[in-house]
Design a protein around this ligand. Structure first.
Ligand code: ZN
Length: 288
């Protein structure tokens, strides 16, 4: 089954709920970046949340999420949009640790427990929203729960999980974001908090084959869920040889001549998808 997310509301629109399956998307990222297990989980949780945050935007808006912790992963970068494509990378993909005390991938150790989570939303017409909060746990879901409450002032519950196979491929990935809108009933919110507290790990539900709709139904029991959209999700990069060409042209004639005389060509690598673009001497000549 392909990855997708569901946007929904409950209780007359006072609760917003997103749920997503992202197993294939995270596996694609793992293959491209060659991430090891703990790094795959950290990048996967970030991509999962970024996909849902992208789905909150409209039109040509886009979002970039950056997690800069003091752990060995370095920086995690991901971006998303309302069309359901995400991409992302970590600066050090070869990070793997033994499972933590809870028997889970030790994402906090890889990310670090100090640093910043920053979010930039490009809202078109040079309008940007930026928000930054300190890392609170390094487990990523909790860090975004904190981000929504403190930077966007929207009380939210964020869950994202990734399970890795013994061969390091991705077994299951997905998540949810539940948000409390103005006017929500206090009692409903308290009950929801309890339900979320006792909810099984999201990655296990996805491994068991549950769809985003089923996950929401389990979270909200018999409550009526109004589904507004089903959005297919995939890993996709915006880079292309034409874009890299523009970047090389931007370096100026002198630099390009150096590439020809010293390197006899050029090679450019995209961080996001790990694609390498080659330019021959003849191609570089053309750019001058
Ligand atoms: Zn790329």
């Amino acid at each position: 089954m392909e990855d997708y997310l569901v946007k929904s509301t409950l209780y007359n629109g006072t609760i917003r709920a997103y749920a997503i399956t992202a197993t294939h998307t995270v596996e694609e990222a793992r293959k491209r970046q060659d991430t090891w297990a703990t790094a795959s989980a950290a990048l996967g949780r970030t991509l999962t949340i970024t996909a849902m945050m992208g789905a909150m935007l409209k039109g040509d808006d886009s979002i970039t999420v950056k997690i800069e912790g003091n752990g060995p992963l370095g920086v995690i970068v991901a971006d998303g949009n309302p069309h359901g494509t995400v991409r992302g990378y970590v600066t050090q993909p070869h990070v793997d640790f033994p499972l933590n005390k809870k028997g889970k991938l030790d994402v906090a150790r890889a990310v670090g427990t100090e640093g910043n989570v920053s979010v930039v939303k490009d809202l078109g017409l040079k309008d940007y929203f930026t928000g930054q909060v300190p890392i609170v746990s390094g487990e990523i879901s909790e860090d975004f729960t904190y981000y929504f409450a403190n930077s966007e002032q929207v009380p939210s519950a964020v869950g994202a999980g990734v399970l890795i196979n013994p061969d390091h491929s991705v077994l299951a990935a997905g998540g949810f974001i539940i948000q409390v809108m103005p006017g929500a009933d206090e009692e409903v919110v308290t009950r929801l908090e309890e339900q979320i507290q006792s909810f099984p790990p999201i990655s296990q539900l996805i491994e068991a084959g549950h769809t985003p709709e089923e996950i929401l139904q389990q979270l909200f029991h018999d409550e009526e869920i109004k589904v507004h959209e089903q959005l297919p999700i995939s890993f996709q990069c915006k880079c292309s040889k034409a874009r890299i060409k523009q970047a090389i042209i931007g370096l100026g004639k002198e630099e390009i001549e150096k590439m020809i005389s010293e390197d006899h060509g050029a090679e450019a690598n995209c961080h996001f998808c790990n694609e390498t673009y080659h330019f021959t001497e003849a191609e570089l000549e053309e750019l001058i």
